[in-house]
Ligand binder design. Structure first.
Ligand code: KG4
Ligand code: ZN
Length: 400
């Protein structure tokens, strides 16, 4: 091979079409993301059929842009990496079919990457540039918290640069980001909801509405009937410690109840009609004045209370899991890791406990392809290439 170690990463698991070129799993030469937010916004969530169609439209120009930005020709590449799961089947297939064709035409190895492993590598790529060896001797605890996942992993570097992951806990129903999106939709805000709640919460009283998370008690409960959400399907839950399990469907219902009890429904509907009117480019409020112009203080306080409760629950379980491992490093990644309050409170608590917490940059917290190319590097070195029959695995689990 030529010595540059250039991997082209491609990601199409949900509603972003992304391509990136990363050198030796460590230096990002380009990272291009085409978001489909405008397509899905009016539905308040991702519409799978529309996502596949948009990926088909975007993939060729996005890959071209990533190569051009990196100053790399197709002939310079050493391998191509693609997200194989978890995600939307049709969306994943667009990326897989495209990369299979490209890899065959260029006679390059193809590397299949788990999207969750990608999110973990987004932090490793950015926070530990001088040798991920920081984690060599001790395990780290990773919280992957996004629109599809709320998963805790024990992360460890193995010999010869490979990584191992052990699932320690996860949500039994909705993912945290899903709860942000659903609550924002209920309150008449835009999609994705996380940035709206985040922006509003700055101006609200987080103690206005007392939300509580019930402790998930027994394993018997978990092996019973579990809601069939995207998040719930991506990993087995038997044998996991209930202390590290999450559930976000209850707080969503509690917000709904509050809205109905306080007669806030119509007001939210009117706001949604305003924000989604044709030609309106809605964006989250940037100041207190903009927040007040958008909704009553009661709704701002509700958003702040919801966010405070969710972040508190994520913190409690993440730090408990890290403590149980004796891990002194916590990696927080995925779309919800872009949340301002989450970053502040995790950082403050880590300082108090004398542990290290790392986040990706805001851009690398949400879906991108640099994290896919970075995660592929150890597999490239180990010669772990995808088989010709590679297909999408919508509920692909990570680790053991
Ligand atoms: O990682 P990501 O781009 O896609 C998935 O793999 O799901 O995460 C998207 C999720 C959405 O649910 C979105 O509302 C949430 O991340 N999100 C946030 C923030 N920015 C994005 N949640 C809370 N606060 C934010 N600032
Ligand atoms: Zn993601």
């Amino acid at each position: 091979m030529n010595e540059r170690g250039l991997i082209l990463g491609i990601e199409t698991s949900c509603d972003e079409t992304a391509a990136a070129v990363v050198e030796r799993g460590a230096r990002t030469l380009s990272s291009v993301v085409a978001s489909q937010i405008k397509t899905h916004a009016r539905y308040g969530g991702v519409v799978p059929e529309l996502a596949s169609r948009e990926h088909l439209r975007a993939i060729v120009p996005v890959v071209r842009a990533a190569l051009a930005e990196a100053g790399v020709a197709l002939g310079d590449l050493n391998a191509i990496a693609v997200t194989a799961g978890p995600g939307l089947a049709g969306a994943l297939l667009v990326g897989i079919a495209y990369t299979k064709g490209l890899a065959a035409a260029l006679e390059l190895p193809l590397i299949a990457v788990n999207h969750l492993e990608g999110h973990i590598h987004a932090v490793l790529l950015q926070s530990l540039p001088h040798g991920r060896s920081v984690i060599d001797d001790e395990p780290a605890l990773a919280l992957v918290v996004s629109g599809g996942h709320t998963h805790l992993y024990k992360v460890r570097r193995q010999e010869r640069g490979a990584w191992s992951y052990r699932l320690m806990g996860r949500t039994v129903d909705d993912a945290a980001g899903e709860a942000f999106d659903k609550v924002a939709k209920l309150l008449g805000f835009g999609y994705p909801g996380g940035p709206w709640i985040d922006a509003l919460a700055r101006f609200g009283n987080p103690k206005a509405v007392p939300f509580a998370f019930a402790q998930i008690k027994t394993k018997a409960h978990l092996t019973g009937k579990v809601a069939r959400t995207k998040a719930a399907k991506t990993a087995p839950i038997a044998n996991l410690d209930p202390r590290f399990m999450f559930s976000f469907s209850g707080i969503k219902t509690a917000v709904l109840r509050y809205v109905e009890l306080h007669g806030l429904r119509d007001e939210a509907r009117q706001r949604a009609a305003r924000l989604f009117a044709p030609g309106v480019e809605a964006r989250p409020p940037q100041s207190r004045e903009e927040a007040i112009a958008l909704c009553p203080q009661q709704v701002i306080d509700l958003a702040a209370s919801f966010q405070c409760a969710v972040v508190g629950d994520l913190m409690k379980k993440s730090f408990a899991a890290a403590e149980s491992l004796g891990a002194r490093r916590i990696l927080v990644t995925g779309g919800v890791a872009a949340n301002r309050e989450l970053r502040e409170r995790f950082s403050a608590e880590a300082k108090r406990r004398g542990v290290q917490v790392d986040f990706p940059s805001l851009a690398m917290s949400t879906d991108n392809a640099a994290m896919i190319a970075a995660a592929a590097w150890p597999r490239f070195l180990a010669g772990e290439f995808a088989e010709e029959k590679l297909s999408a695995d919508p509920s692909m689990a990570l680790g053991n």
